[in-house]
Design a protein around this ligand. Sequence first.
Ligand SMILES: NC(=O)c1ccc[n+]([C@@H]2O[C@H](COP(=O)([O-])OP(=O)(O)OC[C@H]3O[C@@H](n4cnc5c(N)ncnc54)[C@H](O)[C@@H]3O)[C@@H](O)[C@H]2O)c1
Length: 253
Amino acid sequence: MDLGLKGKVIVVTGGSQGIGKGIVEALQAEGSIVINFDVREPTYRVEFLRVDVSKSQEVKGGIEQVIAKYNRIDAVVNNAGIESYGSVDETSEEEWDRIMNVNVKGPFLTSKYSIPYMLKQGKGVIVNIASIQSFATQRRVAAYTTSKHALLGLTRSIAVDYAPTIRAVAICPGSIRTPLLEWAAEQEVGKERIEEKIREWGEIYPMKRVGEPLEVGYLTAFLISDLASFINGVCVTIDGGLTALIPVSTPKR
Ligand SMILES: NC(=O)c1ccc[n+]([C@@H]2O[C@H](COP(=O)([O-])OP(=O)(O)OC[C@H]3O[C@@H](n4cnc5c(N)ncnc54)[C@H](O)[C@@H]3O)[C@@H](O)[C@H]2O)c1
């Protein structure tokens, strides 16, 4: 199936590794022109602009550079995100602000500065990488969970304010195998037992494994494409069935 994404100009934030890299690779395979806004240099072939998504001037400058070079911006994928552990009383104000600035203000800024160009060209798509922690939460991730809940609000706001010209969609992944997931495993069990911990998490999933970045990449490519032209203002969950499961035992057959 041709997604019709050849030559489309698409900004992906946080595309240097993890889910962002999977998204870039899926889009590149469709022939899109992808510009990666990241604070970390990529170690593979992708056009790269050093942009901290929480810094207004850097985001504005990055979007202007894309427009100066390609004269259009067909889609923005807000993927850059950070996580840290802590319940509310454990979370410092500085940490709260750091998480909110990257995970919520970042997508606000990229949207704010790209929407005028999308309106001018008469079309555009914004995809926000949220989380299954946009509607439920693990323990002791208060700031992160709050930021991912907020991202659904931003998605819905853009969806209703700019339809039918611009569509906005959120993707809510469960555990995906990335450096961030490895970091999370290390926090719990130490460096030597990362693999074991990720396998253990995978066992909780009906699919018996965690997800892969490319699986999120394929979904993103579909949602940006015109094949998804009536999908707007919703969150598409990609979690191997985890949130369909109530983890309370029943008799064996
Ligand atoms: N991995 C998972 O299990 C999982 C599950 C649900 C949602 N998510 C979300 O998916 C997104 C990507 O997660 P990941 O696991 O690939 O993370 P990751 O840490 O492996 O990669 C994140 C990328 O974002 C970049 N980044 C961080 N702060 C930035 C900033 N201020 N400006 C620009 N770039 C910045 C990093 O340099 C890195 O390249 C995040 O929003 C995360 O919350 C991840």
